[in-house]
Design a protein around this ligand. Structure first.
Ligand SMILES: [Zn+2]
Length: 107
């Protein structure tokens, strides 16, 4: 059994496909699904880019995200091509249920 720690990584979100991406290692040049933004440099330095032609008209927004892993595991994930980390897909939000509390009086 291995215990994972939570680490905070700097990530960016694509305005187009809504992927949140971060770089896991110094040479992890990481694109979002649609290819409009990238992040590079891992924990050594950070380089980001965006492509207006693909829908990213301004620099992507920075977000701090917590990842249940270690820096070593993130490096291994990138280095071995497992790709379990690095991209967080936006989950489709389906709210078709009728909100039962809709008619409650707000305080
Ligand atoms: Zn994208």
């Amino acid at each position: 059994m291995t215990f994972k720690t939570m680490i905070t990584v700097k990530a960016i979100q694509c305005p187009n496909c809504k992927d949140t991406i971060y770089s896991r290692a110094q040479h992890d040049f990481h694109n979002c699904s649609c290819g409009a933004i990238f992040i590079d440099g891992g924990f050594h330095y950070t380089r980001v880019g965006w492509d207006p032609a693909k829908g990213a008209k301004s620099p992507p927004k920075w977000v701090d995200i917590k990842v249940k892993s270690t820096m070593e595991d993130l490096y291994r994930d990138w280095n071995t091509g497992m790709d379990k980390f690095g991209t967080i897909k936006m989950k489709p939000i389906k709210r078709k249920r009728i909100n039962e509390n809709k008619n409650r009086i707000r305080k």
